[in-house]
Design a protein around this ligand. Structure first.
Ligand SMILES: NC(=O)c1ccc[n+]([C@@H]2O[C@H](COP(=O)([O-])OP(=O)(O)OC[C@H]3O[C@@H](n4cnc5c(N)ncnc54)[C@H](O)[C@@H]3O)[C@@H](O)[C@H]2O)c1
Length: 332
């Protein structure tokens, strides 16, 4: 089997649902044979590793450990779903407290054991905040830390394809930006349906204003729907998309969806949120989306919501006050 690279990819939370799926996806997609799984929970990790061995991937050189130093040493790429998942009735923000401290510890471990990491993809929720906390404490440049933020856009594409009863890839340009949470900004102006702007269809008999609003609400609640249907939080789609982000950073196929990016200028300061991004071998780069005034106002309101969460985390002590960030991470 041909792999894109031999560089080490470490998957944190590898004993869990997303992490174990990521191991399999990364091997199936031929990213690298050199994958290390890490988890705090040894039986889960060992079970996931056994399953990977039983797949019999040609050329795979899998390692697994509960020692964070061993996991991170020599790593070039990292994906972390190592945190608590959301249970029925919980919002992503309910997870904030425990997962923010896990993120702070992870950032410090990256700084100590793999300061030359090329890309970290943070998946555990609330990902905009955990990604920001990892970025700050890792000392990495912002181009080397991103978050999985694409799922809301793929959920929008899915919902529109189901509504119009057409193949999913006939809907293009689906975009949500800002927070990956209940206050994300869902853009209509970027989307096309079989080449026709979605904005020309909204308010017509093909897509009434009311139906569009219900599609937006469905997208925002997309994660909850999976929990209700499957009795647990989504794992296949986050696994695939996170691994696809790393594939782009390894020089493989480009990643066509938004990703998390650090912003500190203009109207958006000291925040990490879903932006229009490009991932290449030199990391993640972003540009501000070009929406209608109403969409940009929604983005600002999503940013405001994230700032509140960020400030809660500052209050908890997992992040220092923003005026001290530069002393912790000079890149910020
Ligand atoms: N960003 C997204 O789009 C998105 C989508 C779905 C789920 N998630 C999030 O991903 C996370 C993982 O979900 P899951 O379904 O795989 O959960 P899971 O419970 O199946 O797996 C989580 C794993 O993380 C491990 N873990 C806990 N603390 C850890 C630590 N400090 N370091 C390393 N590993 C640790 C656990 O032992 C467990 O094996 C959750 O926070 C969930 O909310 C994010």
């Amino acid at each position: 089997m041909a792999y894109l690279t031999n560089d080490k990819l470490v998957i944190l939370g590898a004993g869990g649902m997303i992490g174990s799926n990521m191991m399999q996806t990364a091997l199936t997609m031929g990213l690298t044979p050199n994958i290390c799984g890490y988890d705090l929970y040894e039986p889960g990790l060992q079970g996931a590793a056994e399953e990977m061995y039983h797949c019999g991937f040609t050329g795979a050189r899998l390692t697994w450990t509960t020692d964070i130093k061993q996991a991170l040493t020599g790593a070039s790429y990292l994906i972390s779903s190592g945190g608590a998942p959301r249970k029925e009735g919980m919002t992503r923000e309910d997870l904030l407290k425990g997962n923010a401290q896990i993120a702070a510890d992870l950032g410090a471990d990256i700084k100590a054991h793999c300061p030359d990491l090329k890309l970290a993809v943070i998946v555990f929720n609330p990902a905009d905040i955990t990604g920001l906390v990892v970025l700050l404490h890792s000392g990495l440049p912002p181009s080397h830390v991103t978050t999985l933020a694409a799922l809301d856009s793929t959920r929008l594409q899915t919902a529109l394809a189901q509504h119009f009863a057409i193949p999913q890839d006939d809907i293009t340009g689906c975009r949500t930006y800002g927070g990956h949470g209940e206050q994300m900004a869902v853009f209509a102006s970027t989307t096309k349906v079989e080449g026709k702007p979605l904005t020309e269809l909204i308010g017509t008999s093909r897509l009434t204003e009311e139906k569009w609003n219900s599609i937006k609400a469905h997208v925002i609640q997309g994660g909850k729907t999976i929990i209700q249907l499957r009795g647990r939080s989504s794992f296949q789609s986050p696994s695939y998309l996170s691994v696809a982000m790393v594939r782009a950073a390894m020089g493989g196929d480009s990643f066509p969806w938004p990703g998390g990016a650090y912003l500190n200028e203009g109207d958006f300061e000291h925040i990490l949120m879903a932006m229009e991004t490009t991932i290449s071998t030199d990391g993640v780069h972003c540009r501000m989306p070009n929406g209608t005034p109403a969409e940009m106002a929604e983005l600002k309101s999503s940013y405001g919501h994230l700032c509140k969460l960020r400030d809660e985390v500052i209050g908890m002590g997992s992040l220092p006050p923003t005026d001290q960030w530069k002393t912790v991470n000079p890149y910020l």
